[in-house]
Design a protein. Structure first.
Length: 404
């Protein structure tokens, strides 16, 4: 535990971190990758290039300083990050490297304002926080390895099937090369795919939500092809779409993630998705249908039009069930979409529509999609009085802030 003087020093740096946090974390990554380029085999290059990782880390450091005397308050954040660390293969030996360069970055950015006393206090605080992460992640590694069908690290999976779902989304059905059992998962979780791309110096790891219900002899991911390989997000997705074929081998980590459907509840559930954000929602929907046939579920999906709308036929087939309702929103429908009545509402999911069609006092709401979609849904639900305990969401990539 930290003494009161150290706690007071850390808390005194909160305003500085609020102002200079992203500058510090940007410098941190520059220093760390400059001295340890091998870590680029683990970190998401796209998140680095677009500044998302720097912003997320700044937020985490700020929260750690704010709650340094009550770290249990940020335990949910620790667990969320720890899931991703386990999925990526972050190990205890990486933490001293991170700590060293974080302190260097603080000193670099703040200059003389970063006194020896402040640096020493942050060194103590970092060690405390690192120990918390290492402890939580050790349990996760143990569970991933020793669960039924589990494994450590990355395991070879064969692309058993590759199915084009829309103009931009393709599903990959993955089966283990060794034909042995695979680990189960909770609807909403993801796997990591490790790729060695020709011409790239470092490996690339991406995390993809599982888009089918658990209990199968395969994992399914449904991947959106981002526009152009020049887009940092596009390198891996374009490689999967254009270069990976049925029969190829992909390296896969065991399922992880804490954005999960609570199947212990029997109260209604509302699943809202935008674009490729439907992938974890599909897993949740199909699970409710398979294991909770009496639970009311509403599935709301928003897309531009039918050209980019994936897995719609799967949802439509389930919508004939008495306890399943589904709605499709297109904000740019084609004339053929209108003619064939392929959608229910033209435009965006609004607070007024939610109030009239799906607002249920006891329901849990899960949503995922582009950040603007998620901000709009989150704001609408809160304005409608939905309790925070019944609002659940997932960011693709580093954790963000829907309140901005």
């Amino acid at each position: 535990m930290l003494d009161q003087k150290t706690i007071d020093i850390i808390k005194s740096t909160v305003p500085v971190l609020e102002k200079h946090g992203e500058t510090i974390t940007t410098r941190f990554y520059q220093l760390m990758f400059g001295n340890h380029p091998e870590l680029l085999n683990i970190f998401n290059h796209a998140n680095q290039k677009q500044g998302r990782q720097q912003k997320a880390l700044a937020g985490t450091v700020y929260a750690a300083a704010m709650y340094i005397d009550n770290l249990e308050a940020i335990l949910p954040v620790v667990k969320q990050i720890a899931h991703k660390h386990r999925s990526l293969g972050i190990k205890p030996e990486h933490y001293p490297i991170v700590g060293k360069h974080l302190l260097m970055a603080i000193k670099d950015v703040l200059g003389d304002a970063a006194t020896d006393e402040i640096i020493d206090a942050w060194a103590q605080a970092y060690n405390l926080i690192a120990d918390a992460f290492i402890s939580v992640e050790a349990e996760m590694y143990d569970e991933a390895t020793h669960q039924q069908g589990g494994w450590s690290g990355f395991r070879n999976f064969i692309v058993d099937r590759k199915v084009i779902e829309s103009d931009v989304i393709t599903s990959f059905y993955l089966k283990p090369e060794d034909n042995r059992e695979i680990a189960g998962f909770i609807p909403g979780q993801y796997i990591s795919i490790k790729l060695e791309i020709e011409g790239e110096k470092f490996t690339h790891i991406r995390q993809y939500s599982l888009s089918d219900a658990p209990g199968k002899d395969y994992y399914r991911i449904s991947v959106k092809k981002e526009a152009g390989t020049a887009n940092p997000d596009g390198m891996v997705s374009n490689y999967l779409h254009d270069k990976v074929s049925e029969g190829d081998i992909l390296r896969v980590s065991a399922p992880a993630g804490d954005f999960i459907l609570d199947t212990k509840k029997t109260t209604p559930v509302v699943l809202l998705s935008g674009g490729v954000g439907l992938t974890p929602m599909m897993s949740m929907l199909k699970t409710v249908v398979e294991v909770q046939p009496g639970r009311q579920v509403t599935f709301v999906h928003a897309a531009a039009n039918s050209n980019v709308h994936a897995l719609g036929d799967e949802v439509k087939a389930l919508s004939d069930l008495d306890h399943v309702n589904s709605f499709v929103f297109y904000d740019a429908p084609t004339e053929e979409d209108r003619l064939n009545k392929r959608f229910d509402v033209e435009g965006y999911v609004t607070r007024e529509w939610l109030k009239e069609n799906v607002l249920m006092e006891e329901a849990d709401f899960y949503f995922c999609g582009p950040v603007p979609f998620m901000k709009a849904i989150n704001r609408s639900l809160k304005e409608l009085g939905v309790k925070e305990s019944r609002i659940h969401f997932e960011f693709f990539g580093p954790m963000g802030n829907l309140e901005e």
